[in-house]
Each structure stands twice: as structure tokens, then as C-alpha cells.
Design a protein around this ligand. Structure first.
Ligand code: PHE
Length: 335
């Protein structure tokens, strides 16, 4: 037999444990441990219920009420805690999975055409409007198209002006776009009206106005009855389109083996003191026309080769050609 008072003592002992444990319920795991300890089938409260058999029948009603109160109290603690801890567990999960839509995105800078490409395309579009076609030729050229066909025989000192990089004895990196004239005329009957933009190479030491890699636009117009006056007109029309007002152009005599007569074209920016050579030009030499099978008594033509870098330098006031190839974004992004 167990006295009611002893049971009461044991109940209040479990109650003390309950409230002590309650303070330590921090997460769902400790809550589960709490449930097993007090409310489980072998838990502390179930143990007390087992004592009922040893209680005096007269005290059973009181004892039963006390035990049920204890059980309800423990259940209440469990339910309230469970709700709270579940909510904060959910909060923690939401917090950890939160996406901050206000964060700045990953910035992918957008590139644009290099200034040289822009200028080249602008030159192309001006001549396309004038009725010229755009032709291209190889940067790796043979000596015949680069020299002989252009009236520069082997061992002629004029070759020094186009000294370049050789791949083998007769294959070279073209030092000008003029060989494209030959390639086009070999393939077509007159009239021919083309421009040819492209990269060129020379054994030049780099300085403010020279680069071993640079770009030219070649022009060639062959037809019956063309004269130097037509060349001058085309030049002036082009320069007016490209530069606008205020730029001066001047022609002076020059020599190229593939033109006769030959001229040099200089430009001066508004307010500038110095003239800058932008191209060589002239009437196509009869020997060149003969080399491609044209009849120089029937057709005449003119040609020029201009430096794209120099055109850009004049227009944008750039004083050093090396910046085009420097890959410096501070320069590139300005245009
Ligand atoms: N090819 C010459 C050069 O690069 C330029 C030129 C082209 C001159 C066409 C006359 C005619 O120097």
C-alpha cells in the first residue's frame, strides 16, 4: 500500500522536474526527449499511474484526479512548446532560404566594335554608296602578287619600301593591300570598281606614327577614259564625307612603281599645324594593266591605298598609333 501523501510528494517532485525541463526546451529534438521522459509509455507519469493499484480505494478518486492533472499539465507544456518550436524552426528555414531580390545582379559588360573596325566600316559604307564593291585578299601573299605584278621586279631597290616578314623565300605577310588589285583584275574584265580593306604588315619600328601591323583600304577604279581629275574628285568627295568641313587636303608628287603619275595625299585637321600623310595614289601604271591582261590603250584607272589608323588619328585627335593595339580599355571604351 502507498499513502496518498507519498504519491502527492512524488507528483510534486515530477512537477518540479517538469518545470525545470521546460526551461531547457530549445528545439524539436529536446522536446522529443521531454515527451519520452514524461509522457512516454515508460515515462515518469506512466510510472506514477502504475502506483494506482497500491492506493487505498478510498483515496483512489483523489489520486486519479491528481495524476490526470499532472498528465494534462505535461501535455499542455508539450503542445504549447511544440507549436512554438515548430514555428521558429520554420522561421529559421525561411530565413536560411531567403532570396534577396534587391541584391544587384551579376554585371556582364557588353563589348562593342573597336574604333578601327568602326572607321573601316564607315569608309566601306561611303564607297559602297559611291558604287564601289568591297573585295578582300589574303594577308599571306606571294611575291608575284605583292611585287612583280605591281611592277616591282626582284632585286629592285623599291622593294625596300615594302620590306616585310617572310614565311619562306617567296611567301610573305603583305605590306600593303595593293596585291588585291592584281587578284581582282586577274579575275574580272574591266570596268573594275572596288575597295579592299585589310590588315598589313611591315618591318617598321614602332613609333607614334608607325606600327608593324596596321590597316589599309585600297581603292581601284579601271575603266575607259579615267584621268587624274577623276581621282582627285573621288578623293575630295570621300574626304568631305568622312571628315566634314574644315579639313584640308593636298596632293604632292610621289613615286610608286605601280602608278604613273603618283601622288601622296596629306591631310591637316582644323587648327593643326602639321600635315599627315594618309595615302599614296596615282594612275595605274600601264605595265600593271598589261600584267593582268588588260589593254592599257583602251582602259585607264587609278588607285589609292590609305591608312585606316591615320584616318582615325586625324579625326579623333589621337597622337600615337600604338594606342590602337594596346588593348587598354580606357582608350577602347571611349569610342
Ligand atoms: N600600296 C601603297 C602603299 O602601301 C599605296 C598605294 C596604293 C599607292 C595604290 C598608289 C596606289 O604605300
Amino acid at each position: 500500500m502507498i499513502e496518498l501523501t507519498e504519491l502527492q510528494e512524488r507528483i510534486s517532485h515530477v512537477k518540479e522536474e517538469l518545470s525545470a525541463q521546460t526551461l531547457r526546451l530549445e528545439d524539436l529534438d529536446s522536446l522529443e526527449a521531454f515527451r519520452i521522459e514524461f509522457l512516454g509509455r515508460k515515462g515518469k507519469i506512466a510510472d506514477l499511474f502504475k502506483l494506482m493499484g497500491q492506493i487505498d480505494p478510498a483515496d483512489k478518486a483523489t489520486a486519479g484526479k491528481l495524476l490526470n492533472d499532472l498528465k494534462r499539465e505535461a501535455n499542455e507544456i508539450f503542445d504549447i512548446r511544440k507549436e512554438k518550436l515548430s514555428l521558429s524552426a520554420l522561421d529559421a528555414r525561411i530565413e536560411s532560404e531567403r532570396i534577396d531580390l534587391t541584391l544587384p545582379g551579376v554585371y556582364h559588360p557588353l563589348g562593342h566594335k573597336h574604333l578601327l573596325t568602326q572607321v573601316q566600316q564607315e569608309i566601306e559604307s561611303i564607297f559602297l554608296r559611291m558604287g564601289f564593291d568591297v573585295a578582300t585578299g589574303p594577308e599571306i601573299e606571294d611575291e608575284y602578287h605583292n611585287f612583280e605584278a605591281l611592277n616591282i621586279p626582284a632585286d629592285h631597290p623599291a622593294r625596300d619600301d615594302w620590306d616585310t616578314f617572310y614565311i619562306d623565300d617567296t611567301t610573305l605577310l603583305r605590306p600593303h593591300t595593293s596585291p588585291v588589285q592584281i587578284r581582282v583584275m586577274e579575275q574580272t574584265d574591266p570596268p573594275v570598281r572596288i575597295i579592299c580593306p585589310g590588315r598589313c604588315y611591315r618591318r617598321d619600328t614602332q613609333d607614334a606614327t608607325h606600327s608593324p601591323v596596321f590597316h589599309q583600304v585600297e581603292l581601284l577604279w579601271v575603266e575607259e577614259g579615267l584621268s587624274l581629275a577623276n581621282l582627285k574628285y573621288v578623293l575630295e568627295a570621300f574626304i568631305h564625307e568622312f571628315f566634314g568641313e574644315g579639313y584640308e587636303m593636298r596632293l604632292s608628287g610621289d613615286f610608286f612603281p605601280f602608278t604613273e603619275p603618283s601622288v601622296q595625299v596629306h591631310m591637316r585637321a582644323p587648327g593643326a599645324e602639321d600635315w599627315l600623310e594618309i595615302m599614296g595614289a596615282g594612275m595605274v601604271d600601264p605595265a600593271v594593266l598589261t600584267n593582268v591582261g588588260y589593254d592599257p590603250d583602251k582602259v585607264t584607272g587609278f588607285a589609292f591605298g590609305l591608312g585606316i589608323e591615320r584616318m582615325a588619328m586625324l579625326r579623333y585627335g589621337i597622337d600615337d598609333i600604338r594606342v590602337f593595339f594596346g588593348n587598354d580599355l580606357r582608350f577602347i571604351t571611349q569610342f
